[in-house]
Ligand binder design. Sequence first.
Ligand SMILES: Cc1cc2nc3c(=O)[nH]c(=O)nc-3n(C[C@H](O)[C@H](O)[C@H](O)COP(=O)(O)O)c2cc1C
Length: 164
Amino acid sequence: MSLLDLCRKRWSVRNFTGDPVSAVDMEYLKEVGRWAATSRNRQARRFVVVRDPENIRELVRAANMQEFVARAGTLIFGIAEDAGGGAKIDVVISLAQMEMAALELGLGTIWLGIWDRDVVASRLAIPPDVTPVVCLAIGHPGETGSPRSKLPVEELFFEETFGK
Ligand SMILES: Cc1cc2nc3c(=O)[nH]c(=O)nc-3n(C[C@H](O)[C@H](O)[C@H](O)COP(=O)(O)O)c2cc1C
């Protein structure tokens, strides 16, 4: 399937089966994330992968994550090692690549921005000088959903100057 076809099939999954993501698939996803571009190739981003169902349930409970997250097979927290902010973009680039790779593997994903950062940092032993940015949940979809409508290309992209 082409990348465009994958993109057109993507939708945020909020109903996972609870089945784990296989070790083979996880290795593939990590490798995809590894090769992402980073600012000046500093690679100042790290990821904490949470796969233990009990740990995931505990995070949901303690860090005010949404209930459906408890049935995702894997949570990947992106961590920026650069407080200045450049690494936050690097985190997102890696996770975005991993999101598409997960779709390629027949998995479903959702980005998660709503969670208590202090609680997550404490539970995942994230040091105070680095920043948990965003979480990508990956798992087996428990429903057939459909992509949301998106703005047409003509509204999104301008040529040469803004608004044209
Ligand atoms: C950075 C980011 C954070 C998000 N955080 C959450 C979240 O905490 N909970 C949630 O249910 N969806 C979250 N979403 C999913 C969006 O709501 C979803 O992408 C949007 O409604 C468009 O739907 P689609 O992904 O199916 O196209 C997040 C998306 C992004 C990009």
